[in-house]
Design a protein around this ligand. Structure first.
Ligand code: ZN
Length: 219
């Protein structure tokens, strides 16, 4: 029964757009929150707003510029290159970013009377960010509930999916082409299939090809 309200942490990328579509199927009322901290990707903000408009959901934009001050990294600074060395966290890592995002999303949820918070974080991905792990999200859920005395539920529909399975979920939601054409994942700020060269584009394209192969084999 769809009768509750949810806030989706939303960047306009493949993962969070798939989460938004999932949430629209699960909940009566859905709003999105986009965090602005990443100077490199002003465009991300516009893509997110555009997708929210197309899907008819409200988009709250929160200024998180303080993250740049605390954690200069490859996503926020043009002079740091995006790279991932073997066995190390990639240069896009912002320590505690998801902790901050989930805390602020919960505060927003409190303000707008939403019980559910949806985030596209995923353990199966390459990144290994500690605050994207299931254990952390569960702990954070307990913390925000205690902090605000509300029975929030944090949902992570992509937690155990690989990129191919995330495409599959978009397809099951009837939105494979929408996600492919409207979202921005590329580190170079190119919408849809992107530049094809950066790590995010490669991951996305490999997942898509793998899913299409699975789909052909099943047909
Ligand atoms: Zn790219």
């Amino acid at each position: 029964m769809k009768q509750e309200k949810a806030v989706v942490v939303f960047s306009g990328g493949q993962d969070s757009t798939t989460c938004l579509l999932w949430a629209l199927q699960q909940f009566e009322e859905v709003e999105t929150v986009t965090f602005h901290y990443n100077q490199r990707h002003q465009q991300e903000i516009e893509v997110a707003r555009n997708i929210a408009d197309k899907l008819g959901v409200k988009n709250h934009l929160l200024d998180m510029a303080l993250l740049n001050q605390l954690a200069p990294n490859a996503l926020t600074r043009d002079d740091i290159e995006i790279e991932a060395k073997e066995g190390e966290l990639p240069s896009t890592f912002v320590p505690g970013r998801n902790l901050v995002f989930l805390s602020f999303a919960s505060i927003l949820a409190y303000q707008i009377g939403a019980r559910h918070i949806v985030t596209g974080v995923c353990e199966t991905d390459f990144s290994g960010y500690p605050d994207c792990r299931d254990e952390f999200v569960k702990s954070c859920n307990v913390t925000v509930n205690l902090a605000m005395e509300r029975p929030f539920v944090i949902h992570t529909p992509l937690m155990w999916l690989n990129k191919a399975e995330t495409w599959k979920l978009a397809d099951e939601l009837g939105a494979l082409d929408f996600v492919k054409n409207e979202t921005l994942t590329c580190y170079n700020g190119i919408i849809a299939d992107g530049c094809g060269e950066c790590p995010a584009c490669k991951l996305r394209a490999n997942g898509y090809q793998e899913y299409m192969k699975m789909k052909r084999e099943r047909a």
